[in-house]
Design a protein around this ligand. Structure first.
Ligand SMILES: [Zn+2]
Ligand SMILES: [Zn+2]
Length: 328
């Protein structure tokens, strides 16, 4: 069984910013995004949200069954951990090494969350770390300025707008050369659209088979497909918007990443975002006492099972040196 390299020899997120701090032409794909592509992404962001809006007045109570809750939760866990443990901590930052079957499973599970294909996700995120909250960051809430109107506009842009308002694409060659060389990952990346379709429609199939009814299929599609997707989208997007705006700065960073405790459980530990920017390759983001980090616990389980090795667990001394208020 071969281990896959955790990250390129010189991962882009480790590079220091250029003297001007600005985006370079080579950071972007020479091709721009078509209008159709951007409208599709806009619909993808809007439709699950409309489902949530409809869910509250119409479906709550009488059209939600335990089968729907179980299906929605299972998909939320699968897609969510696929993104946090797979796309983020493993593929983007190389926090551990994964055996090949785990690597493949993580790439597929992350795609289930419907947040773009694995290589694109990783490239955008590495670019975010390289330029965090400076010119070139694909989704900084501070891009329009510091006054409240600019921050309100920036929050909208960082949360959701960047997905369809920006017509420039992050260069995959520049930010994810390691993944472009990995045949397994390139294949899964190409299969992203069919995986999205399975993620969206298979809850209906499962719900229909369990209840043996069309109605069961419909409610499972609604809750396990659309509402679950909306919830997952907004949790991830909140890390980009809220966790770069409000919260605690426990560790010194050159950007405006913050730790937000109330998002820790739904984001599976990703909202300990201030620590993450202070120490991006660390496998655990919730490093302080009482900080719940479900993704770190999952990586711990993979390590115990022998599927993950060389896990970069927190180093107390290194972290203390980065503390805003170093402990004695
Ligand atoms: Zn960030
Ligand atoms: Zn990151």
């Amino acid at each position: 069984m071969t281990d896959t390299p955790p990250s390129p020899a010189d991962p882009p997120e480790k590079e220091t910013r250029s003297a001007s701090g600005g985006l370079r032409e080579s950071d972007l794909d020479p091709e721009t995004r078509s209008k159709t592509d951007r409208v599709t992404v806009f619909m993808y962001a809007l439709i699950p949200l409309l489902a949530v809006a409809a869910a509250v007045p119409f479906a709550w109570g009488w059209a939600l069954t335990w089968v729907d809750v179980a299906i929605g939760t299972a998909y939320f866990l699968l897609g969510g951990l696929g993104v946090t443990v797979g796309f983020h901590r493993y593929f983007t930052h190389g926090s551990f090494r994964a055996k090949r079957p785990l690597k493949i499973a993580l790439a597929i599970a992350g795609t289930v969350a419907f947040q773009g294909s694995v290589i694109k996700w990783v490239a955008d995120h590495r670019r975010h770390h390289k330029y965090a909250d400076a010119e070139g960051d694909p989704h900084s809430p501070w891009r329009f300025g510091d006054d409240w109107k600019s921050v309100a506009k920036g929050l909208y842009y960082a949360h959701i707008g960047w997905l369809y308002l920006d017509d420039r694409k992050t260069s995959l060659k520049r930010f994810a050369p390691d993944l472009l060389k990995d045949k397994d990952i390139v294949a899964i990346d190409r299969w992203a659209v069919p995986i999205f379709a399975v993620s969206l429609f298979s809850p209906a199939l499962i719900g229909g088979l369990i209840t043996m009814s069309w109605w069961g299929a419909l409610t499972a599609f609604f809750w396990g497909g659309l509402v679950r997707l909306a919830f997952q989208q907004h949790v991830t997007w909140s890390v980009n918007s809220i966790c770069h705006t409000i919260g605690e700065e426990n560790f010194e960073v050159r950007d405006r990443s913050r730790n937000v405790w109330w998002l820790a459980v739904p984001s599976f530990g990703e909202s300990w975002h201030n620590l993450h920017h202070a120490d991006p390759t660390c496998a655990r983001h919730g490093v302080l006492k009482g900080q719940i980090d479900i993704s770190a616990r999952t990586i711990w389980a993979f390590e115990k099972l022998g599927w993950a090795t060389k896990v970069r667990w927190p180093d107390a001394e290194r972290l203390n040196a980065k503390r805003v208020d170093p402990q004695p």
